[in-house]
Design a protein around this ligand. Structure first.
Ligand code: NAD
Length: 330
């Protein structure tokens, strides 16, 4: 028993170390796949030993935050996503969802790209951007408002032709277009280093001490969710929410489909996987969300992720093959 506990704590420490390198320093030294396998191993070990802890990386979002930013609280926690690497495991996700509903209810699933950047939460008061926080530990994040002002496609004032909520917390992903990433590395050619990974450049540039650096990195943003909405939101579905946000002025990724069943989701996944090189940004999979907002509320969250959404990630071995044009306009 004692030995098991030592292994468990060692594994937790190893994972926390990698989480610190990834989330805090934006400098991971192992792949996401390897990290996710360590997490899976820890989940199994915790179940086996019945040793659960709130501070375990299986329960926690993110890692330590940078001290050079003010730390502020999210109005609604900003969670992570559960993930699978095998598309066939989607049926377990569907089973878990169906279990929560008495009748065998038909669900629509909204499928989106999983943009490989860094999450941000934007706070609008009467349609004006007043604050931007990183996801941080999910409860509080780093205040990167000045830097967010330097991301060109983040709307600073929302389209006043619409009835904008008094308070609106918008969640989305900040990323660096690949064309900008390559340009940056060309500029660095004669220096001692180049950047190896667009995700880490995006995270490092969003959390840079100097907002001018954020400006010159030409970061971009896609909106994919919301937190607080006052008065209470009347979004019927996630798809409907995205359409509305586009009208308000938010950039919404155009590769979105509504699927009625797992087979359609699989088709979407395979299509995206085969076409991933055609995007000017990195993606690491797709995100599948129960579309109905009321059903999302019934399903609820764990400490770490919503039970109504899941990421289906590409495995490192998955090859990129044909290039076919695809675009689903919202
Ligand atoms: P995640 O990146 O797997 O998924 C959650 C995030 O996806 C959200 O916070 C959001 O930022 C993003 N996202 C992109 N598109 C989205 C969309 N359309 N809808 C909703 N969310 C979308 O989870 P995480 O908690 O940010 O990080 C955990 C993952 O990070 C791990 O699974 C691992 O892959 C990686 N990681 C790697 C290391 C390493 O050392 N390589 C260390 C820690 C974490």
């Amino acid at each position: 028993m004692k030995k098991k506990n030592v292994d468990l704590n060692q594994l937790r420490n190893v994972i926390c170390y990698h989480a610190y390198l990834y989330y805090t320093l934006d400098s991971p030294i192992i792949s996401d796949f390897e990290y996710d396998n360590l997490i899976k191993e820890l989940i199994l070990l915790e179940k086996k030993t019945q040793d659960f802890k709130d501070i375990s990386p299986t329960e926690k979002v993110g890692s330590l935050m940078l001290e050079n930013f003010k730390i502020k609280k999210h109005f609604v926690p900003m969670l992570s996503l559960d993930n699978i690497y095998n598309i066939n495991e989607l049926s377990n996700f569907e089973k878990k969802i169906n279990k929560r509903f008495f009748l065998n209810k038909q669900h629509n699933f909204c499928c989106e790209l999983k943009i490989d950047g860094v999450a941000i939460s934007l706070l609008y008061k009467k349609g004006i951007l007043i604050r931007a926080l990183t996801r941080g530990d999910g409860v509080q994040g780093e205040d990167v408002t000045l830097n967010a002002f330097n991301i060109k496609n983040i709307p600073k004032i929302l389209n006043q032709n619409f009835n904008i909520p008094d308070i609106l917390e918008i969640r989305g992903e900040v990323y660096i277009p690949l064309s900008e990433f390559y340009k940056l590395n060309v500029l660095l050619k004669n220096k001692k280093f180049t950047f190896s990974n667009p995700r880490n450049v995006a995270a490092g540039s969003l959390r840079h001490n100097n907002p001018e650096v954020t400006l010159h990195r030409n970061l971009m943003f896609f909106c994919y969710g919301f937190g607080l909405c006052v008065p209470k939101n009347n979004f019927v579905s996630h798809f409907n929410f995205l359409q509305k946000m586009q009208k308000y002025g938010f950039p919404i990724n155009s590769n979105i489909v509504l699927s009625k069943n797992i087979n359609d989701i699989k088709k979407f996944f395979l299509n995206i996987q085969n076409n991933r090189t055609k995007f000017d940004y990195e993606i690491d999979g797709i995100v599948v969300k129960v579309d109905n907002i009321f059903d999302q509320t019934i399903l609820g969250n764990t400490n770490k992720y919503p039970k109504w959404a899941i990421a289906v990630k590409f495995t490192p071995s998955e090859n990129v093959t044909t290039i076919i044009g695809i675009s689903f306009e919202v």
